[in-house]
Design a protein around this ligand. Structure first.
Ligand code: FMN
Length: 208
């Protein structure tokens, strides 16, 4: 355990590429990650990336390739014995990416029915950074109220909405935009996106 460790949870919203890219970037930045994956997330990863993730016997390689194994600590989503279930376990924050509406609802109402909900609850009560990356459209009134409740409790809600002012040329650019903005929130340095105001970026704008 170190106060610089980050918690990352993947849940069953569309947007598995965001979660996988986020993990790659955090690991490449040398951060230690406590990872947990819901069963629905494993289904979505299979549907969107064609990768099989076994949540009962987790092997990071299909998802992340060869990585420094010491940097990743996997916790089964039902394992309440995991350190991240307790506020005494220090972390630098938690990201749920992508974040399903079901998980948003559980966090909004403090249900703590699995380790993901509990770790999120812990981050809120400890006043640590909790970043939610929902992917749903349109948003219903119940979902909006739940997102508001999470934001009022201290979460940062960052919908997976790539910008177009960066003139993305590929899906990878769009994924990097969202992941880069999440990294900004975490204070993790990166060069994943062009920033408004950067001279190289201004040169792309049409002449007036
Ligand atoms: C392929 C696929 C895509 C889905 N996309 C979304 C989505 O974008 N947003 C969402 O809230 N739920 C989505 N769902 C439904 C959730 O996976 C479902 O509500 C699940 O119970 C969420 O559980 P979890 O929060 O424990 O991961 C999707 C399900 C599947 C199979």
């Amino acid at each position: 355990m170190a106060a610089q460790d980050l918690v990352v949870a993947l849940t069953g919203a569309s947007g598995a590429p965001y979660g996988v890219r986020l993990l790659q970037v955090l690991l490449a930045a040398g951060r230690t990650v406590h990872l947990t994956i819901s069963p629905a997330a494993a289904e979505v990863i299979r549907a969107e990336l064609g990768l099989i993730v076994r949540i009962d016997r987790f092997d990071p390689r299909p998802l992340l390739g060869e990585i420094p194994i010491k940097q990743i600590h996997y916790h089964h989503y039902q394992n309440f014995q995991a350190g991240i279930a307790s506020g005494s376990f220090l972390t630098a924050g938690m990201v749920i990416c992508p974040c399903s509406m079901g998980t948003v609802a559980a966090i909004a109402h403090g249900l703590s029915q699995n380790l993901i909900h509990r770790a999120a609850d812990v981050h809120l009560k400890e006043r640590r950074k909790l970043i939610l990356v929902p992917r749903e459209t349109p948003l219903g009134v119940v979902q909006l109220k739940n997102l508001l409740a999470c934001a009022e409790a201290g979460a940062v809600v960052m919908p997976a909405m790539p910008a177009f002012y960066t003139q993305p040329r590929s899906l990878e650019d769009m994924v990097n935009f969202i992941v880069g903005r999440v990294c900004d929130q975490l204070g993790v340095e990166h060069r994943l996106l062009r920033r408004w105001g950067e001279s190289e970026f201004q040169a792309l704008l049409p002449n007036e």
